[in-house]
Design a binder for this molecule. Structure first.
Ligand code: SAH
Length: 394
């Protein structure tokens, strides 16, 4: 099959020559043929010079690049890419461990597969397409995944209902594309979790906080911990293993709180140190006392688009200000932002304003980010989305 060709406007090839994996719609001069959304297309620059091949989509990002070489995107291509992703996770010491079977196998642009996310929970891959092209490729991807992972793979759950562009009218349904007889307990650094990929948020678990949870464990001994925006309780069990005296988990979702309680039971049955509350964060923070000396703030992305950035930064400032006001002297605050459009400097500025407002003496102990199984493609700095600060509050 021949791919349709897209020709860029003069001077618009710069970013592709620097291997940035997106073509914006405004950069396109002409399109030869009539590509459907999700089709593979070839990109050409000045003097008909071949630049790249990728998935075409209607919207501001018109093409997501799969290769900068003129090659066919076929079964062999997908297998090679997935093998490379798996090899990296093995090299990182994440795959094939007894005490850890939870990791991100494919992180979109970070694995040169824009539009595709795959998280592994034991022998189950949860696959998410964020582009129409990856949706069309889903069956080929499953075959490639089987080839790349062999016996390690027993199930593939496809979960793209909410991540695909709504206007594409793909009628995508969540469900198993392979297997389906599933154990739903995953292990992260020796701790057990129920993962509900069918009804839970994202792929069912926030795999990106693994290392930051470990760091929290290190600081937890003897402390009173508040895990705000706990989701299924990730930070809480690490705090308990680290020897916290009290752990309170809060999330506005009752379902998340139910899973948090189940997960505590799984790891620390009958342990009275832990209590979970289904409540709004701001309400809880307003009325809580000043007893905590280790607080985690891991809110959902406050800004999903650039035009709401100001409001988002206000949100981060307000949230952190309450924590600074109420944390006990000598307390430690773990504060995060996972909004892609909020950069490191902006986030730090929002937290800085909050600290100043509280007039407390605050020092930065650690600057955190996403772990190595969420790699950042050096040509796509936008891929660095998770930011965290660990602060010592006198
Ligand atoms: N820290 C978690 C991930 C947090 S995701 C982990 O390690 O797994 C963000 C969470 O914030 C979601 O579970 C969502 O239900 C919750 N949330 C969103 N709005 C909230 C609000 N206003 N108050 C409390 N929780 C909220």
């Amino acid at each position: 099959m021949n791919y349709c060709k897209l020709f860029l406007k003069p001077k618009k090839e710069e970013s592709l020559l620097r291997f940035h994996p997106w073509v914006f719609s405004g950069a396109i001069e002409t399109i030869e043929g009539n590509p459907r959304e999700g089709d593979l297309v070839e990109i050409y620059g000045t003097n008909n010079r071949f630049l790249a091949v990728g998935h075409y989509q209607i919207g501001s990002i018109a093409v997501r690049i799969l290769s900068f070489r003129q090659e066919k995107i076929d079964a062999g291509f997908w297998t090679n890419k997935l093998k490379a992703a798996y090899t990296l996770r093995k090299a990182l010491g994440l795959a094939g461990r007894v005490d850890n079977n939870t990791f991100r196998l494919v992180h979109g642009e970070g694995d040169n597969l824009p539009g595709l996310i795959i998280d592994m929970y034991a022998h189950t891959a949860v696959m998410q397409a964020h582009s129409v092209g990856m949706h069309y490729a889903r069956h080929e991807l499953v075959e490639a995944l089987k080839e790349a992972m062999g016996d390690e793979l027993k199930n593939v759950y496809y979960k793209s209902e909410t991540t695909l562009p709504y206007k594409a009218e793909l009628n995508s349904e969540n469900g198993y594309l392979y297997g389906g007889d599933v154990e739903d307990v995953a292990i992260e650094n020796g701790l057990k979790f129920y993962v509900d990929w069918q009804k839970g948020q994202k792929t069912g678990f926030f795999v990106d906080q693994r290392e930051n949870r470990s760091l929290l464990e290190y600081y937890a001994k003897g402390r009173s911990v508040l895990n705000m925006f706990c989701y299924t309780g990730g930070f809480s069990f690490y705090a308990m293993r680290g020897g916290a005296e009290v752990v309170h988990s809060v999330d506005s979702s009752a379902k998340a709180i139910a899973l948090t309680n189940k997960n505590v039971e799984l790891n620390y049955p009958g342990d009275s140190r832990h209590t979970a509350y289904a409540e709004d964060a701001f309400k809880y923070l307003d009325k809580m006392g000043e007893n905590y000396d280790l607080i985690v703030l891991d809110p959902p992305a406050f800004a999903k688009h650039k035009n709401v950035l100001r409001n988002a930064l206000q949100g981060y400032r307000k949230l952190n200000a309450i924590a600074f006001e109420k944390i006990r002297p000598g307390g430690i605050l773990f504060t995060f932002s996972c909004s892609q459009v909020v950069n490191k400097e902006n986030f730090r500025l929002a937290v800085f304003s909050a600290a100043a407002q509280s007039k407390r003496n605050v020092r930065i102990l650690h600057q955190l980010t996403q772990p190595a199984d969420h790699p950042v493609n050096i040509y796509h700095p936008e891929g660095e989305y998770l930011k965290g600060l660990v602060l010592y509050v006198e």
